[in-house]
Structure formats: C-alpha cells, structure tokens
Design a protein around this ligand. Structure first.
Ligand SMILES: Cc1cc2nc3c(=O)[nH]c(=O)nc-3n(C[C@H](O)[C@H](O)[C@H](O)COP(=O)(O)O)c2cc1C
Length: 167
C-alpha cells in the first residue's frame, strides 16, 4: 500500500483528472489525497513577502501532506507553453518557507508522475514540469498522462503510472 498525493494546479478539468488518479489509486488498495492549489489561494511569491512574517502564508498542511506521501502525481494545464502560475508559485513558497536542507529532503528521490488536461496536447507543460521536478531532485517517471480537448486521458496510462509509482 502506497500513500499518494495528487497535486492539481487548477480546479477544472485538471481537478477532474486528479480525482481520477486518486480513485484509481484507491481502487488498487492505495491511500490517495488530492490537494488543489487554486483552493489554497496563495499570495504571489515575492522575496519581500517571503521576508515578512505577516505576509508569509501558512503552508504547513501542504508540507506535511507532501512529506507523508510516498509519491506525488502533479496535474497541471499548459499555460502559454509552460507551467501555470499556481504551481510555480507553490514551489517558490515551498522552497523558501523551509531551509534548503529540508526542501531538499522533501523532494529528493520522491517518485513523481506528471499529467495534464490542456487545450492542445499538453506536451510543453509535461516537458516543463519534467525539467522542474527533476531539478528539485524528484524521480520523475517516464510515462506521463496527456489529455486535451480532442483526447481523453487513457485509463491504461493512469493504471500503469499508479503501479509504477507504488513500487
Ligand atoms: C492563460 C492561459 C494560457 C493557456 N495556454 C495554453 C497553451 O499554451 N497550450 C494549450 O494547450 N492550452 C493552453 N491553455 C488552455 C488550457 O490548458 C486548458 O483550457 C485547460 O484545460 C485548463 O485547465 P482547467 O480546466 O483545469 O482549468 C491556456 C489557458 C489559459 C487560461
């Protein structure tokens, strides 16, 4: 049994995809939670805000959900050929709210799967997330789930990704 955290960057079709990943994991006997970064409504990261305790958001619940999970699936739409601001913003807060050793410990070796529901194919956001999550030390699996206006998410891909991440 593995503990999954599905991290969705938006609350529409990507939230729906996150819920499908969670229900697939649960049907396979795993534990799964979904965190919606839109619902968190974090202020935009700036260095000035990060240095002002009154302006720094409390992200302790996110940190503990991420550290308790054995694997993350990150689900995000493509925005202008890259990562949407909610996800980048959350990573900026995560990397500054704790010291770098703790951030490194949170991310290093974490099995991560990537998924998207985008207007087009979503290949660019998958590449951008692969680069970013590899950079922060995660073990990003090769297979990714891409869906869009003209392409449904492939259930076999979701199944295989859950099995791979749970190992
Ligand atoms: C600001 C913005 C930029 C976008 N840029 C792209 C893009 O570069 N490529 C693409 O395929 N879709 C793009 N889209 C479409 C979204 O990826 C698509 O609508 C996605 O399904 C939205 O996810 P959601 O339903 O979870 O909100 C963009 C949408 C917005 C709002």
């Amino acid at each position: 049994m593995a503990r999954f955290l599905m991290i969705t960057a938006t609350s529409g079709t990507n939230r729906e995809l996150a819920d499908i990943f969670a229900s697939t994991a649960i049907a396979k006997g795993h534990d799964a939670n979904v965190v919606d970064l839109v619902e968190m409504d974090l202020p935009m990261f700036t260095v000035a805000r990060s240095e002002d305790p009154e302006e720094t958001p409390d992200i302790s619940a996110l940190v503990s959900a991420m550290s308790q999970a054995d694997a993350w699936v990150v689900i995000a739409p493509e925005y202008n050929g890259s990562i949407p601001p909610t996800l980048n913003n959350a990573l900026a807060w995560l990397s500054t709210t704790m010291d770098w050793q703790s951030f490194r410990a949170l991310c290093t070796g974490k099995p991560v799967g990537l998924a998207t529901h985008s207007g087009g194919g979503g290949a660019h956001v998958i590449m951008a997330m692969r680069q970013q999550f590899s950079y922060i030390g995660a073990d990003v699996i090769g297979r990714a789930c891409m869906s869009g206006r003209d392409k449904e998410a492939n259930p076999e891909t979701i199944d295989a990704m859950i099995d791979n991440l749970a190992r």
